[in-house]
Design a protein around this ligand. Structure first.
Ligand code: SF4
Length: 602
């Protein structure tokens, strides 16, 4: 079935499905293994798989079609995906991609006629501090330049099996630049969970609430309140889910946390499980970090061997808890917690209607705590050292520290842990930035800051951050960056609701015209209107935030936009109001009066 021997086929379908206990909830994992074995998911395998799992064929087909890392079309024995993050582009990834395509005579996303190679792009590989990067059959290669790409192409031309490629090519450099509360000191495995057990469930929940710990994913919901709601919810067994950064462009801190601080994370998950009386944990890690999977599996095995997971975990009588490693498949929307739960249950990552919320109806409709890596790590410190360990750092509304992924136009890109309340300027000074034009905090969905706002602070009540901190100096084309961010949302929209599906495409196209100097003022008015409609009517956070790059860009960098607009104000050729009629029908909301009469400020 495979065209060459990049990775020799090792398993048949029956073996793969048996390993996953014929459990349809493990469909995403099964499809990863099928892709590993066959290079893609052949159509006859989809049929066979559906029968073996006793689910409709359309279900398996839908899941294959939803995730970027799966395909039912044959792909090359070497499947190369160039990282298309903003910083990859800033580092010259487009020229490298074009060079590879030209060398092998490929156009667009096609596969070479001999079946040897397919070349495409993926949104972000989480190597923004050491890009440009690409994935070969899911394995990350960073620090690309002309010479390194030449090495990769020579290996492909020679049809060298991936296992025989020099290990140095796949090396990912550790890059923590500043350590504070969470990264400066390790804690002994089991200490935090034992401290929680001594305190008791109720007091552990109270201690976490007292610490002021808020979810580090950006929204900042109180961790104590979330855990308490889950603990009180009926219908056990309860679950604990850890999501990593979910592919937010510009974020790579979880790569470092999973590589070097995994025990603190596993400790935090164990504390949460004890506090809410959960039996099962999931660690959901993006597929781009598969080079960490063996390390994570070993750490879980070591904790089991040490009695820190399993029956009577951490020596706590009657407390049975274990953690399962799960892999994403290239869908940014799975950073939304209900979409992630759908993925964990073997479905497409379509965000659920809420309420009910995951704390009462999460994995398998059971009460579930979902937090990110950094939140669990902070919870472990609170459990061991008490609420004051967080309260004594940061600000009144944002206690503790924030771990930032700093990249872009800085001398020292990397991971920085700093107390909440730190100014943006201080972060820039730490990383070595000058001639700053703009800073994108928390990825394209977050906050775009101008050079006039560098005294603002990283805190939930000022500039909240899920982790990304990307710097653009005054040589960068900001409109091209905003266009790229808009295209990212159009690409990642799951397509479930019309405002986001249609709106993100409209915004991306219009931003393309604006950035290339083919738009007039009328287009600016239209693109802002669409962005506002998305912000009011979309089903989940992705659509609600997808207009942020363009709206904040217009608000803060209006002269940059104006300078690129055509002087003639051509009439629009597209009936915007009519195109959104369907979305109003679907959502049952008609905001046309409120939003379509509003003008962009002159
Ligand atoms: Fe999907 Fe976008 Fe709607 Fe979210 S807002 S459900 S990502 S289409």
């Amino acid at each position: 079935m495979r065209a060459s021997s990049a990775e020799p086929m090792t398993e048949d379908l029956a073996t793969i499905v048996a390993r996953h206990r014929h459990d349809p909830r493990r469909l995403v994992e099964i499809l990863h293994d099928v892709t590993e074995a066959y290079g893609f998911v052949p159509k006859d395998i989809i049929t066979e798989l559906a029968s073996m799992l006793a689910v409709p064929r359309g279900h398996v087909e839908g899941v294959v079609g939803f995730y970027a890392f799966f395909s039912d079309e044959p792909r090359g024995a070497y499947r190369v995906l160039f990282s298309d993050g903003t910083t990859d582009r800033m580092g010259g990834s487009i020229a490298l991609l074009e060079r590879m395509r030209a060398t092998f005579g490929l156009q667009g996303e096609e596969t070479s006629r001999d079946g040897r190679l397919s070349v495409g792009t993926t949104s972000c590989t989480g190597l923004c501090d050491q890009g440009p990067a690409l994935l070969v059959n899911g394995h990350a290669i960073g620090g690309l330049d002309s010479a390194r790409l030449g090495d990769v192409m020579a290996l492909i031309r020679a049809e060298a099996p991936l296992a025989a490629w020099p290990r140095e090519l796949f090396a990912v450099r550790s890059n923590i630049r500043r350590r504070d509360l969470l990264l400066a000191t390790a804690i002994r495995p089991g200490d935090a969970a034992s401290a929680a057990a001594r305190r008791g469930r109720a007091d552990t929940l109270a201690e976490v609430a007292r610490s002021g710990l808020r979810g580090r994913g950006g929204a900042g919901f109180s961790t104590g309140a979330k855990w308490a709601a889950c603990a009180e919810a009926p219908h056990a067994p309860r679950n604990v889910v850890c999501k990593d950064d979910g592919g937010e462009p510009g974020t790579f801190k979880d790569r470092e946390l999973l590589a070097d601080h995994l025990d603190l994370l596993l400790e935090g998950m164990t504390v949460a499980a004890f506090a809410v009386a959960a039996r099962h944990g999931f660690l959901y890690v993006r597929a781009e970090y598969r080079f960490l999977f063996a390390h994570i599996a070993n750490a879980l095995a070591a904790r089991r061997a040490a009695g820190l997971l399993g029956p009577n975990a951490c020596g706590i009588r009657g407390f049975s808890f274990d953690i399962e490693l799960r892999c994403g498949a290239g869908a940014y929307v799975c950073g939304e917690e209900s979409a992630l739960l759908e993925s964990l249950e073997g479905r497409r990552g379509i965000p659920r209607n809420r309420p009910p919320f995951p704390v009462t109806h999460g994995y398998d409709q059971r009460p579930t705590v979902v937090n990110n890596v950094e939140t669990f790590m902070a919870a472990a410190r609170v459990a061991r050292d008490g609420a004051s360990v967080l309260r004594d750092l940061g600000t009144r509304t944002s206690s503790g520290t924030k771990i930032l992924s700093v990249a872009g136009d800085v001398e020292r890109p990397g991971v920085y842990e700093l107390p909440f309340g730190v100014t943006v300027q201080r972060v820039l000074d730490e990383a070595g930035a000058s001639r700053v034009q703009a800073v994108q905090v928390s990825g394209p969905a977050g906050t775009l800051l101008s050079a006039r706002e560098l005294d603002r602070t990283i805190a939930f009540d000022d500039v909240p951050s899920a982790g990304a901190f990307t710097v653009f100096d005054d040589r960068r084309d900001l409109l091209a960056i905003i266009e790229h961010h808009s295209r990212f949302f159009a690409h990642e929209s799951c397509g479930f609701c019309t405002p986001c599906r249609v709106g993100t495409t409209l915004v991306a196209r219009t931003m393309g015209r604006i950035a290339s100097g083919h738009a007039a003022r009328r287009d600016l008015v239209d693109v802002a209107r669409v962005a506002r409609v998305m912000a009011k009517t979309s089903h989940c956070g992705l659509g609600l935030m997808a207009g942020n790059p363009v709206l904040q860009g217009i608000e803060k960098f209006r002269p940059v936009f104006d300078a690129r607009l055509r002087p003639d104000d051509a009439l629009p050729t597209f009936d915007l109001a009519a195109s959104l009629d369907k979305s109003r029908d679907v959502t049952g909301r008609d905001d046309s009066e409120a939003h379509f009469t509003e003008e962009v400020r002159p």
